[in-house]
Design a protein around this ligand. Sequence first.
Ligand code: URA
Length: 284
Amino acid sequence: MSALKIKKNELIPKLFWQMEIGADEAILLKPSPQEKMVGLREYFSKLNQNLETETIVGKVSSDSLRSRKSVNGFDSSIGKLKETSTISNVENQLEAVKSLKELRVALELFDGCSLKNTANRLVFSDGNADAKIMIIGEAPGKEEDKIGVPFVGQAGQLLDKMLNSIELDRSQTYITNYIPWRPPGNRTPSQEEIGIFKPFIIRHIQLKKPKFILALGGVSSKALLELETGIVKLRGQFHFKDFGLEQPIPVLPTLHPAYLLRSPAQKKFVFADLVKLKRALLAL
Ligand code: URA
């Protein structure tokens, strides 16, 4: 951390924060020149070394989606809703969506999920659309639903602190959720809802073209990676995933800030994951 740039009155809360997240040794956020020289894949595998789980290279399969039941969709002109269409139709129609702005409109118009009926606002994204890091949470909560911006409640404030701990802020990241509408009472999204929004989050990733994805929590990590492994095992490891872009995208699962609010002792694991992300970012 560049302490010299920080004023004395700012330093104390930062030191408390470091204690809270369990920082007990000074680690350079920047990768060494030697690390920078190795290829990116090798660099990631170095970063992943000594962890129990293996790096997974996979491709998002749509077969599981194809067999699902019909849902209401929208047609490629975005404005016109169709009575019924299958999820694979939705996938095909999303190919005609060419910008993040259009994707937001497509989601606004999509009537294929009842979450829209109980939520107040679509929660699409926040941050910088040109950022290298795309952060994907689970689903909006009460505060997010009120104003239509992701991660503005207590968990969001913790997310801001987490980003600050690696010298980043919202303007250097792009933040969204797997599910764009608040589930009633903040319940966990169902498998059906996760299936319905899968083509949308994949298109979101394709249009955003991030260099890295930080997946927050088990729901978004497992759904994005199409794995059943629990978040405790998945976290802290870059998983290369093919989302139909030129190259697979490294996805780093970590614990959800809402979970950290309930279990603050786990913050040290998230801090370790974030340091890994920062080092990877600086190695680009
Ligand atoms: N939790 C999430 O996963 N997303 C939000 O936007 C807020 C809380």
